[in-house]
Design a protein around this ligand. Structure first.
Ligand SMILES: *Cc1c(COP(=O)(O)O)cnc(C)c1O
Length: 377
């Protein structure tokens, strides 16, 4: 069986973990955490990057930092992972689901203004498959209406929008290092703060609502509870693992892009034959090859494709069940309009395996896909 995903390890993870062990600093914010923070700040342009347990935790921090209150509304796509919505619902806020664009499958910025009400506080964009949302238009709408912009950049590390790294364009950005992402630490994430004042507050929220970090820097003479917060920081063993990965980020991205390009070249003939649609990456965006997906003509075709690939020993998956049609999404959120693109894409999208090491099996995957597409066409 060729699995859908296989976490990549650079080979240096255990060596760096051994160093963390030798350092004797195992809780958070030790030398490896600082090294990862410096890498993230240098590579995203964020004024402050903070490691967290997960992208989910980073989004929960964002909701705390924006001081969202019950009944406040946050505009977001329905075509996303549950954490995008859950983080805000935990604060009593209401997710307002807006449809996505047909080309990038990202939040459709042309539909945002119609969803704004006096209770709207923020827009949470999701850069699907590591391809950027139309950030200039979204930032302009946010500025016109006094809204905050949060980026769920779980899939977006090493991607850019008009030259700007994803996650550091809005006020707050959330990255994921889950083992299904490009750069990994098992579970893990980061919060990126564009502006220094937000960074100061984020440090407090992440340290149980205390000014402990300032105390350790000698900026205050005792530390105390100053804000609402929780414990969002990972230990040094996780940070050491991540440091091995960030050191290899260029090579990881390059190897993934090479696989992505091969898929894209292969799928072209099928697209021209009208059997499927390939991913679209706008010219002003660079992407990180987080994902290769195909859009098949119908739910039936997609179901047959996944079954046919499985029969030939290749793991493929679909996602997402749109949040506006999930039980919790219906209870806690509100849909703006009919979300027709979201529903259609969610029925038709299938993801192909994309992991470092797949090079040796790619011909097999493509032959299987050719055969299955021939059967369902
Ligand atoms: C993976 C993912 C998340 C969750 O990331 P965790 O680090 O597992 O919490 C959130 N949003 C999107 C869009 C994702 O792809």
């Amino acid at each position: 069986m060729i699995p859908f995903n296989k976490p990549y390890m650079t080979g240096r993870e255990l060596w760096l973990i051994a160093q963390a062990h030798a350092n004797g600093h195992l809780s958070g914010d030790g030398p490896f955490t600082k090294r990862c923070h410096a890498w993230l700040e240098a590579n995203t342009g964020a004024s402050r990057a903070l490691l967290t347990h997960s992208c989910t935790a980073s989004l929960e921090m964002a909701a705390l930092l924006l001081d969202l209150r019950p009944g406040d509304e946050v505009i977001m796509p329905s075509y996303t992972f549950v954490s995008t919505a859950n983080a805000f619902v935990l604060r009593g806020a209401v997710p307002v689901f807006v449809d996505i664009r047909e080309d990038t499958l990202n939040l459709d910025e042309r539909l945002i203004e119609a969803a704004i009400t006096p209770r709207t506080k923020a827009i949470c964009v999701v850069h699907y498959a590591g391809v950027a949302c139309e950030m200039d238009a979204i930032l302009a709408i946010a500025a016109r209406h006094g809204l905050s912009v949060i980026e769920d950049a779980a899939q977006g590390i090493m991607s850019t929008y008009r030259g700007r790294p994803l996650g550091a364009i809005g006020e707050l950005g959330a990255l994921s290092f889950h083992e299904t992402k490009n750069i990994i630490s098992g579970e893990g994430g980061a919060l990126l703060c564009r502006d220094p004042e937000m960074g100061e507050r984020a440090e407090i929220v992440r340290e149980k609502g205390t000014n402990r970090s300032r105390f350790f820097r000698g900026q205050v003479d005792k530390y105390t509870w100053v804000e609402l917060g929780s414990s969002f920081l990972p230990g040094e063993v996780t940070a050491a693992f991540l440091a091995a990965q960030t050191d290899a980020a260029d090579s990881i991205t390059g190897q993934r892009l090479a696989l992505w390009d091969q898929y894209h070249a292969w799928a072209r003939a099928h697209e021209e034959a009208g059997v499927l649609r390939r991913p679209i990456v706008p010219g002003h965006c660079t992407h990180n090859a987080h994902m290769y997906y195909l859009l098949l003509p119908s739910l039936e075709a997609r179901t047959a494709f996944i079954a046919g690939m499985k029969q030939r020993g290749v793991g493929t998956v679909f996602h997402y069940i749109p949040l506006h049609s999930s039980p919790a999404g219906q209870r806690y959120g509100r849909a703006q309009g009919d979300l027709a693109v979201t529903d259609a894409i969610s029925d038709r999208l299938v993801r192909l395996p994309l992991w470092i090491g797949l090079e040796a099996h790619l011909d097999e995957v493509l032959q299987a896909a050719d055969a299955v597409l021939g059967e369902i066409a």
